[in-house]
Design a protein around this ligand. Structure first.
Ligand code: ZN
Length: 686
């Protein structure tokens, strides 16, 4: 659930895309001048994405998208401020220097200054977007002071009557002192996680006070018969006022009002050009919520949003994911505007429609199969605008809403964002990763021809069918496998996908163009599971993360079991290692066997067997191979994290009426961020 980057797609997706960019290769070569990677700095690279199909939308749809895109940008400052209370002050100061500094802009110091500014933009603040550790500039305090002194004072966010000297003294430690705001999210249970986190959801309250506040809110709701299902605390900051703990709600006339008013302004415009009455109500409910900050309204909105399966244009906009709060209560603002990719959605619909066939023919003991299976409907979307916490780094799939009770009663929307995955794929072309780790030219060619589609299809099979397949024996609950549950569950879904990607049915359904597609997928999976995913493991460490364990388990198990028939061969030459698949059909049959066993383990809740499998095949790393892989990877100089530049949308207006919305892919990262800061900065620096 939630953001798919934190689920299956976390690995298959964002990280895998950035660390192992060979995972999805394009089916069609893109031609023309479009530059997928625009620049690279520190550990980040900046990509562009295209919006295919935009031109074919109706004028009304384009207009709707335009308004939603503005609503997506309007809350940008909120995310900065939520991430840390110093972020807007720092960003605005750095931007003022960047645009106004009159001194030498050509030396290494100034270059390092721009890198630091770009990193702040990339992470929506002064902490690394992924590790949440504060990062530091590669220039000196003295140089920073000289930058400030060389900048027009009027443009700096000084306090009234503050001298430049005082300002320098105020701001320098925030950037340079490792003891100030060292980590955005501190999840160490040994410390006060609220006090230890720099994220700006609590002020002047301890963890104990915060937890006490929310548990009494809940108790009170139970006692007085109020709604007990709402996500208490989701849209507020908890502060102490006059010795009392109080909530400052994010809403019109509340905290972040100026930015929220702008969001509401654009949502109102969007509402007026909604595609249908249902969508109109969805947007109107969201406006209600922003006006009141009422979490019950938020739930009502989510139910309406989930039920709207008809509209082509869709969006995400709100305080949603709680990863930024160590207590997992506070939602960070994020937004996205998108529309449905009708052609690609047919793919997932076809799978769902045939779910029963796949279940009935799976290589699993019939007693563990589902008698009646319901495929999950998932749609494929095209992102149009990313915003808030989803920008510039973004998930490639999203499954919302988060409220468990709504998911259970009304379901959820599961989307994959194809134009983003496509951009990742294109950006990975020619970075040398595939060429370095693929075992042969044939393997490289197959990956280039089928890898991208194969990756998408296995993801579809995994998500739409794999997780939903099989049934538990009476009395067995999913908790039976305890700490091995996630790994086994992901392996089950992966194996379902791997087994069926080679099935004739996939060709009959028109989803797979050639039997070679499965070969490309098998190559990539084995290469990844046995070797390349190790680039994300630190030397000396085990494989920890559930999806990585899942892939390690499967790859090592089939490698081991296939040894007699030499199904997968380890090739070593000039100090380098490759794995070559000699028998794809036998490999598929091994995937089937393991699926049968893993389904049995799941259905029976066989903890000892799960433990045995995971501990034997999934966890341990061959230190020699690990070292080799890290060395080979480092040589490629691939930035591990990716962020995106959004397209620019410009209304064409004649006689006060919008005649068209033009899309363009212009401007670099810096131009975009400066434009956003100029046009969408609605919150003060402090
Ligand atoms: Zn999964």
């Amino acid at each position: 659930m939630k953001r798919i980057l934190l689920n299956f797609l976390l690995i298959i997706g964002i990280l895998l895309m950035s660390f192992m960019p060979e995972k999805r290769k394009n089916a069609e070569k893109d031609t023309g001048e479009f530059k997928w990677i625009t620049e690279q700095f520190a550990d980040a690279k900046i990509l562009r994405y295209k919006v295919p199909g935009f031109e074919n939308l109706t004028l009304l749809q384009k207009e709707l998208i335009y308004y939603l895109s503005q609503a997506t940008l309007a809350g940008r400052d909120i995310t900065y401020d939520q991430n840390c209370k110093y972020n807007l002050l720092i960003r605005k100061t750095l931007e003022a220097i960047y645009t106004e500094f009159k001194g030498d802009r050509s030396g290494d110091d100034f270059k390092n200054f721009t890198v630091y500014l770009k990193r702040v933009w990339f992470s929506n603040g002064i902490h690394h977007h992924y590790s949440t550790d504060k990062f530091f500039p590669e220039f000196s305090k003295d140089y920073f002071a000289s930058l400030l002194r060389g900048t027009n004072l009027q443009t700096l966010p000084l306090k009234p009557k503050q001298t430049i000297g005082d300002f320098i003294n105020e701001i320098t430690p925030i950037i340079f002192d490792p003891d100030i705001a060292p980590k955005r999210v501190n999840q160490n249970p040994e410390v006060d996680m609220v006090a230890g986190s720099a994220s700006n959801f609590y002020e002047g309250v301890t963890q104990k006070e915060a937890e006490g506040f929310y548990s009494s809110l809940r108790k009170n709701a139970v006692k007085t018969g109020q709604d007990t299902m709402v996500a208490f605390g989701l849209n507020s900051k908890l502060v102490k006022e006059n010795g009392k703990v109080v909530e400052k709600t994010y809403r019109v006339s509340g905290l972040y009002s100026k930015a929220i008013e702008e969001i509401v302004f654009w949502l109102n415009k969007a509402m007026n050009v909604a595609e249908n009455p249902g969508q109109r109500i969805v947007i109107s409910k969201l406006i209600d919520y922003y006006d009141t900050g009422d979490l019950k309204t938020w739930d009502e909105y989510n139910i309406l949003w989930v039920k709207d399966q008809k509209s082509s244009v869709d969006f995400i906009n709100g305080f949603i994911e709680v990863y930024g709060d160590p207590l997992a209560k506070k939602g960070t603002w994020e937004a996205m505007a998108n529309f449905k990719d009708v052609k690609a959605t047919k793919r997932t619909e076809t799978l769902s429609r045939n779910a029963q066939y796949f279940e009935d023919n799976s290589p699993v003991d019939p007693k563990y199969r589902k008698k009646e299976v319901k495929g999950v409907t998932a749609k494929v979307i095209t992102a149009v605008q990313l915003g808030g916490d989803s920008d510039p780094t973004t998930p490639i799939g999203i499954n919302l809403p988060n409220a468990q009770w709504i998911r259970k009663e009304f379901g959820s929307k599961s989307v994959t964002i194809d134009n983003i995955t496509y951009a990742y794929d294109q950006a990975s072309q020619g970075n040398g990763f595939l060429e370095e780790f693929a075992g042969s030219q044939e393997e490289i060619d197959l990956a280039k021809k089928y890898g991208y589609l194969a990756g998408n299809l296995t993801t579809d099979l995994h998500e739409c069918l794999g997780h939903g397949s099989g049934q538990m024996m009476k009395g067995v609950v999913s908790e039976s496998l305890k700490n091995y549950h996630s790994t086994i569950e992901e392996a089950r879904a992966d194996l379902f996908a791997l087994y069926y990607i080679m099935d004739k049915k996939m060709i009959d359904l028109g989803l797979v163009p050639s039997p070679d597609l499965a070969k490309a997928e098998f190559n990539s999976y084995i290469r990844n599971g046995l070797m390349t995913q190790l680039v994300r493991v630190h030397p000396g460490k085990d494989v920890e993360e559930a999806h990585m364990r899942d892939r390690s388990l499967i790859a090592h198990w089939v490698y081991e079991k296939g040894k007699v028939k030499n199904v997968i061969e380890k090739v070593q030459k000039d100090g380098k290692t490759w794995f070559r698949i000699n028998d794809y059909h036998e490999l598929r049959s091994l995937f089937g066997q393991l699926l049968g066993e893993i389904q049995r383990i799941t259905s029976e809740g066989d903890y000892p067997a799960a433990k045995e499998l995971v501990e034997t095949y999934a966890v341990k790393v061959d230190p020699g191979l690990h070292k080799e892989v890290l060395h080979r990877y480092a040589k490629l100089n691939i930035a591990p994290y990716s962020g995106f530049i959004n397209p620019v949308y410009t209304p064409v207006i004649a006689n006060g009426i919008i005649k068209d919305i033009k899309i363009s892919y212009t401007g670099d990262f810096t131009t975009q961020m400066l434009r956003y800061s100029k046009n969408f900065s609605f919150l003060p620096a402090r």
